[in-house]
Write a protein that binds this ligand. Structure first.
Ligand SMILES: NC(=O)c1ccc[n+]([C@@H]2O[C@H](COP(=O)([O-])OP(=O)(O)OC[C@H]3O[C@@H](n4cnc5c(N)ncnc54)[C@H](OP(=O)(O)O)[C@@H]3O)[C@@H](O)[C@H]2O)c1
Length: 273
Protein backbone atom coordinates (compact mmCIF):
# COMPACT_ATOMS: atom_id res chain seq x y z
CA UNK A 1 0.00 0.00 0.00
CA UNK A 2 1.28 3.47 -0.88
CA UNK A 3 0.91 4.68 2.67
CA UNK A 4 3.48 2.09 3.84
CA UNK A 5 5.69 2.18 0.74
CA UNK A 6 7.18 5.60 1.50
CA UNK A 7 9.02 4.26 4.56
CA UNK A 8 9.88 0.79 3.24
CA UNK A 9 11.75 1.90 0.12
CA UNK A 10 15.17 0.22 0.03
CA UNK A 11 18.24 2.05 1.31
CA UNK A 12 21.69 1.18 -0.03
CA UNK A 13 24.17 0.73 2.83
CA UNK A 14 27.20 0.30 0.56
CA UNK A 15 28.89 3.65 0.18
CA UNK A 16 26.76 5.35 2.84
CA UNK A 17 28.49 7.27 5.64
CA UNK A 18 27.44 5.91 9.03
CA UNK A 19 28.11 7.67 12.33
CA UNK A 20 27.95 5.21 15.24
CA UNK A 21 27.96 6.46 18.84
CA UNK A 22 29.02 3.98 21.51
CA UNK A 23 31.29 2.30 18.96
CA UNK A 24 33.79 1.41 21.71
CA UNK A 25 31.06 -0.62 23.45
CA UNK A 26 30.09 -4.25 22.96
CA UNK A 27 27.08 -3.75 20.70
CA UNK A 28 28.30 -0.54 19.03
CA UNK A 29 31.48 -2.30 17.88
CA UNK A 30 29.45 -5.25 16.54
CA UNK A 31 27.16 -2.83 14.68
CA UNK A 32 30.19 -1.00 13.23
CA UNK A 33 31.72 -4.28 11.99
CA UNK A 34 28.47 -5.35 10.33
CA UNK A 35 28.08 -1.96 8.62
CA UNK A 36 31.69 -2.21 7.45
CA UNK A 37 30.88 -5.68 6.10
CA UNK A 38 28.11 -4.09 4.01
CA UNK A 39 30.38 -1.41 2.59
CA UNK A 40 29.51 1.62 4.76
CA UNK A 41 32.07 4.34 5.51
CA UNK A 42 32.32 4.66 9.27
CA UNK A 43 32.69 7.46 11.77
CA UNK A 44 33.16 5.85 15.19
CA UNK A 45 32.69 7.67 18.48
CA UNK A 46 33.10 6.84 22.15
CA UNK A 47 35.39 7.86 25.00
CA UNK A 48 38.02 5.08 24.99
CA UNK A 49 40.54 6.12 22.35
CA UNK A 50 42.43 2.82 22.24
CA UNK A 51 39.32 0.72 21.49
CA UNK A 52 38.10 3.22 18.90
CA UNK A 53 41.47 3.42 17.13
CA UNK A 54 41.70 -0.38 16.96
CA UNK A 55 38.18 -0.60 15.50
CA UNK A 56 38.89 2.22 13.08
CA UNK A 57 42.04 0.38 11.93
CA UNK A 58 40.04 -2.81 11.41
CA UNK A 59 37.14 -1.18 9.54
CA UNK A 60 38.86 1.70 7.73
CA UNK A 61 36.72 4.11 9.74
CA UNK A 62 37.52 7.39 11.48
CA UNK A 63 37.74 7.44 15.28
CA UNK A 64 36.45 10.49 17.17
CA UNK A 65 36.89 10.59 20.94
CA UNK A 66 33.88 12.50 22.29
CA UNK A 67 32.36 12.63 25.76
CA UNK A 68 28.65 13.02 25.08
CA UNK A 69 28.08 14.41 28.58
CA UNK A 70 30.32 17.36 27.71
CA UNK A 71 28.17 19.88 25.83
CA UNK A 72 31.05 21.50 23.96
CA UNK A 73 32.34 18.10 22.82
CA UNK A 74 28.81 17.06 21.79
CA UNK A 75 28.46 20.25 19.75
CA UNK A 76 31.73 19.42 17.99
CA UNK A 77 30.07 16.25 16.67
CA UNK A 78 27.27 18.20 14.96
CA UNK A 79 29.04 18.58 11.62
CA UNK A 80 29.69 14.82 11.53
CA UNK A 81 26.01 14.11 12.31
CA UNK A 82 24.93 16.49 9.56
CA UNK A 83 27.19 14.77 7.03
CA UNK A 84 26.06 11.24 7.92
CA UNK A 85 23.63 9.24 5.76
CA UNK A 86 23.06 6.87 8.68
CA UNK A 87 23.13 7.75 12.37
CA UNK A 88 23.21 4.87 14.86
CA UNK A 89 22.76 6.08 18.44
CA UNK A 90 24.12 3.27 20.61
CA UNK A 91 26.02 5.09 23.40
CA UNK A 92 24.51 4.75 26.85
CA UNK A 93 25.24 4.36 30.52
CA UNK A 94 23.54 1.44 32.33
CA UNK A 95 21.60 3.75 34.67
CA UNK A 96 20.70 1.08 37.20
CA UNK A 97 20.22 1.47 40.95
CA UNK A 98 17.52 2.72 43.31
CA UNK A 99 16.86 6.43 42.93
CA UNK A 100 17.97 7.18 46.50
CA UNK A 101 21.51 6.07 45.55
CA UNK A 102 21.88 8.69 42.78
CA UNK A 103 23.73 12.02 43.10
CA UNK A 104 22.61 15.04 41.07
CA UNK A 105 25.69 15.04 38.82
CA UNK A 106 25.14 11.34 38.04
CA UNK A 107 21.52 12.04 37.09
CA UNK A 108 22.67 14.86 34.81
CA UNK A 109 25.26 12.59 33.17
CA UNK A 110 22.90 9.70 32.41
CA UNK A 111 20.28 12.12 31.03
CA UNK A 112 22.96 13.79 28.89
CA UNK A 113 24.45 10.59 27.48
CA UNK A 114 21.31 8.47 27.09
CA UNK A 115 18.76 11.11 26.09
CA UNK A 116 20.00 14.67 25.46
CA UNK A 117 22.90 13.69 23.18
CA UNK A 118 20.77 11.40 20.96
CA UNK A 119 18.14 14.16 20.70
CA UNK A 120 20.71 16.80 19.70
CA UNK A 121 22.48 14.55 17.19
CA UNK A 122 19.18 13.39 15.69
CA UNK A 123 17.98 17.00 15.38
CA UNK A 124 21.06 18.03 13.40
CA UNK A 125 21.12 14.83 11.32
CA UNK A 126 17.37 14.93 10.54
CA UNK A 127 17.58 18.49 9.21
CA UNK A 128 20.50 17.68 6.90
CA UNK A 129 19.04 14.34 5.79
CA UNK A 130 15.67 15.97 5.04
CA UNK A 131 17.45 18.53 2.88
CA UNK A 132 19.13 15.68 0.94
CA UNK A 133 15.86 13.66 0.87
CA UNK A 134 17.59 10.56 2.22
CA UNK A 135 18.79 9.18 5.54
CA UNK A 136 18.31 6.76 8.41
CA UNK A 137 18.39 7.31 12.16
CA UNK A 138 18.52 4.23 14.38
CA UNK A 139 17.95 4.60 18.12
CA UNK A 140 19.26 1.82 20.37
CA UNK A 141 16.66 1.83 23.09
CA UNK A 142 15.75 -1.20 25.18
CA UNK A 143 12.88 -3.43 26.20
CA UNK A 144 13.14 -1.29 29.37
CA UNK A 145 11.51 1.43 27.24
CA UNK A 146 8.23 -0.42 27.37
CA UNK A 147 7.74 -1.78 30.85
CA UNK A 148 8.78 -0.43 34.28
CA UNK A 149 11.27 -2.20 36.55
CA UNK A 150 12.60 -1.58 40.06
CA UNK A 151 16.18 -0.30 40.50
CA UNK A 152 16.05 1.03 36.93
CA UNK A 153 14.18 4.33 37.21
CA UNK A 154 16.94 6.39 35.52
CA UNK A 155 17.55 3.83 32.77
CA UNK A 156 13.79 3.51 32.12
CA UNK A 157 13.41 7.31 32.16
CA UNK A 158 16.01 7.67 29.42
CA UNK A 159 14.89 4.69 27.34
CA UNK A 160 11.14 5.49 27.58
CA UNK A 161 12.09 9.07 26.67
CA UNK A 162 14.23 8.00 23.75
CA UNK A 163 11.50 5.73 22.40
CA UNK A 164 8.83 8.44 22.64
CA UNK A 165 11.13 11.00 21.04
CA UNK A 166 12.17 8.68 18.21
CA UNK A 167 8.67 7.53 17.30
CA UNK A 168 7.39 11.12 17.33
CA UNK A 169 10.31 12.23 15.17
CA UNK A 170 9.56 9.38 12.79
CA UNK A 171 5.99 10.65 12.40
CA UNK A 172 7.29 14.18 11.78
CA UNK A 173 9.66 12.97 9.07
CA UNK A 174 7.10 10.91 7.17
CA UNK A 175 7.45 11.49 3.43
CA UNK A 176 10.89 13.14 3.65
CA UNK A 177 12.95 10.05 2.74
CA UNK A 178 14.38 9.94 6.26
CA UNK A 179 13.56 6.75 8.17
CA UNK A 180 13.63 6.45 11.96
CA UNK A 181 13.68 3.13 13.81
CA UNK A 182 13.77 2.22 17.49
CA UNK A 183 15.53 -1.03 18.43
CA UNK A 184 14.68 -2.63 21.76
CA UNK A 185 17.10 -5.36 22.86
CA UNK A 186 16.51 -7.40 25.99
CA UNK A 187 19.46 -9.30 27.53
CA UNK A 188 22.30 -9.67 25.01
CA UNK A 189 24.92 -12.31 25.78
CA UNK A 190 28.64 -12.40 24.76
CA UNK A 191 29.23 -8.61 24.56
CA UNK A 192 27.86 -5.34 25.90
CA UNK A 193 26.59 -4.00 29.20
CA UNK A 194 24.54 -7.03 30.27
CA UNK A 195 27.43 -9.40 29.47
CA UNK A 196 29.92 -7.11 31.26
CA UNK A 197 27.71 -6.99 34.38
CA UNK A 198 28.36 -10.70 34.96
CA UNK A 199 24.78 -11.16 36.22
CA UNK A 200 23.47 -14.71 35.86
CA UNK A 201 19.82 -14.91 34.83
CA UNK A 202 17.37 -17.57 35.97
CA UNK A 203 17.26 -20.34 33.31
CA UNK A 204 13.73 -19.47 32.13
CA UNK A 205 14.93 -16.01 30.94
CA UNK A 206 16.51 -16.39 27.51
CA UNK A 207 19.07 -14.08 25.90
CA UNK A 208 19.89 -12.90 22.38
CA UNK A 209 23.27 -12.49 20.63
CA UNK A 210 25.07 -9.40 19.33
CA UNK A 211 24.48 -10.80 15.80
CA UNK A 212 20.72 -10.56 16.41
CA UNK A 213 21.18 -6.88 17.24
CA UNK A 214 23.32 -6.20 14.17
CA UNK A 215 20.79 -7.96 11.94
CA UNK A 216 18.07 -5.70 13.37
CA UNK A 217 20.19 -2.60 12.70
CA UNK A 218 20.77 -3.61 9.07
CA UNK A 219 17.05 -4.25 8.66
CA UNK A 220 16.27 -0.90 10.29
CA UNK A 221 18.50 0.87 7.79
CA UNK A 222 17.27 -1.02 4.75
CA UNK A 223 13.54 -1.08 5.54
CA UNK A 224 12.95 1.61 8.18
CA UNK A 225 10.33 -0.18 10.28
CA UNK A 226 9.08 1.85 13.26
CA UNK A 227 10.37 -0.52 15.90
CA UNK A 228 12.15 -3.85 16.31
CA UNK A 229 12.48 -5.85 19.51
CA UNK A 230 15.56 -8.08 19.82
CA UNK A 231 14.30 -10.39 22.53
CA UNK A 232 12.86 -13.85 23.10
CA UNK A 233 9.14 -13.73 22.21
CA UNK A 234 8.09 -14.29 25.84
CA UNK A 235 10.01 -11.16 26.98
CA UNK A 236 8.74 -9.11 24.07
CA UNK A 237 5.12 -10.03 24.85
CA UNK A 238 5.75 -9.56 28.59
CA UNK A 239 7.11 -6.03 28.01
CA UNK A 240 4.17 -5.14 25.76
CA UNK A 241 1.66 -6.38 28.35
CA UNK A 242 3.62 -4.67 31.16
CA UNK A 243 3.48 -1.44 29.16
CA UNK A 244 -0.30 -1.70 28.72
CA UNK A 245 -0.95 -2.74 32.32
CA UNK A 246 1.94 -1.41 34.44
CA UNK A 247 0.44 -2.51 37.77
CA UNK A 248 0.12 -6.07 36.51
CA UNK A 249 3.62 -5.97 34.97
CA UNK A 250 5.12 -4.78 38.24
CA UNK A 251 3.38 -7.50 40.28
CA UNK A 252 4.39 -10.16 37.73
CA UNK A 253 8.05 -9.06 37.77
CA UNK A 254 8.06 -9.05 41.59
CA UNK A 255 6.56 -12.55 41.66
CA UNK A 256 9.42 -13.87 39.47
CA UNK A 257 12.26 -12.09 41.25
CA UNK A 258 12.64 -9.15 38.83
CA UNK A 259 13.72 -6.84 41.66
CA UNK A 260 16.53 -9.17 42.74
CA UNK A 261 17.93 -9.30 39.20
CA UNK A 262 17.88 -5.53 38.74
CA UNK A 263 19.47 -5.05 42.20
CA UNK A 264 22.32 -7.32 41.06
CA UNK A 265 22.74 -5.22 37.90
CA UNK A 266 22.85 -2.10 40.03
CA UNK A 267 25.53 -3.54 42.27
CA UNK A 268 27.73 -4.71 39.39
CA UNK A 269 27.24 -1.55 37.29
CA UNK A 270 27.64 1.01 40.10
CA UNK A 271 31.04 2.12 38.77
CA UNK A 272 29.43 3.12 35.42
CA UNK A 273 27.71 6.32 36.44
N1 LIG B 1 23.82 -5.12 26.10
C1 LIG B 1 22.54 -5.30 26.35
O1 LIG B 1 22.13 -6.36 26.84
C2 LIG B 1 21.56 -4.18 26.01
C3 LIG B 1 20.20 -4.44 26.24
C4 LIG B 1 19.29 -3.43 25.94
C5 LIG B 1 19.71 -2.24 25.40
N2 LIG B 1 21.02 -2.04 25.19
C6 LIG B 1 21.42 -0.74 24.62
O2 LIG B 1 22.31 -0.96 23.55
C7 LIG B 1 23.23 0.14 23.45
C8 LIG B 1 24.66 -0.37 23.42
O3 LIG B 1 24.93 -0.97 24.67
P1 LIG B 1 26.19 -1.92 24.96
O4 LIG B 1 25.65 -3.15 25.54
O5 LIG B 1 27.06 -1.97 23.78
O6 LIG B 1 26.87 -1.10 26.16
P2 LIG B 1 28.42 -0.89 26.50
O7 LIG B 1 29.22 -2.04 26.03
O8 LIG B 1 28.44 -0.53 27.94
O9 LIG B 1 28.80 0.38 25.64
C9 LIG B 1 28.31 1.65 25.95
C10 LIG B 1 28.89 2.64 25.00
O10 LIG B 1 28.43 3.96 25.37
C11 LIG B 1 29.56 4.82 25.40
N3 LIG B 1 29.43 5.88 26.37
C12 LIG B 1 29.09 5.80 27.67
N4 LIG B 1 29.20 7.02 28.25
C13 LIG B 1 29.61 7.87 27.28
C14 LIG B 1 29.92 9.26 27.25
N5 LIG B 1 29.84 10.04 28.34
N6 LIG B 1 30.32 9.80 26.08
C15 LIG B 1 30.44 9.04 24.97
N7 LIG B 1 30.17 7.73 24.94
C16 LIG B 1 29.77 7.15 26.08
C17 LIG B 1 30.72 3.93 25.81
O11 LIG B 1 31.93 4.56 25.45
P3 LIG B 1 33.28 4.35 26.30
O12 LIG B 1 33.23 2.90 26.77
O13 LIG B 1 34.36 4.61 25.32
O14 LIG B 1 33.20 5.29 27.43
C18 LIG B 1 30.43 2.67 25.01
O15 LIG B 1 30.91 2.81 23.71
C19 LIG B 1 22.92 1.03 24.65
O16 LIG B 1 22.09 2.09 24.23
C20 LIG B 1 22.18 0.13 25.59
O17 LIG B 1 21.31 0.85 26.45
C21 LIG B 1 21.96 -2.97 25.49
Amino acid sequence: MAVFRAMSDGFEIAGATALVTGASGGLGAAIARSLHGRGARLVLTGRRAEELEALAGETGGRALVVDLADRAQLASLSAEAAAADVLVLAAALPGTGRLDTWETDQIDRVLDVNLRAPIQLARVAAAAMTERGRGRIVFMSSLSAKSPQPSSSMYCATKFGMRGFALSLRAELHGTGVGVTVINPSFIRDAGMFHDSGVKLPPFLGTKRPEDVTRAVLRAIEKAPAELDVAPASQSVGAAVGGLFPGFGEAFARRFGGGKITDQFAENQASKR
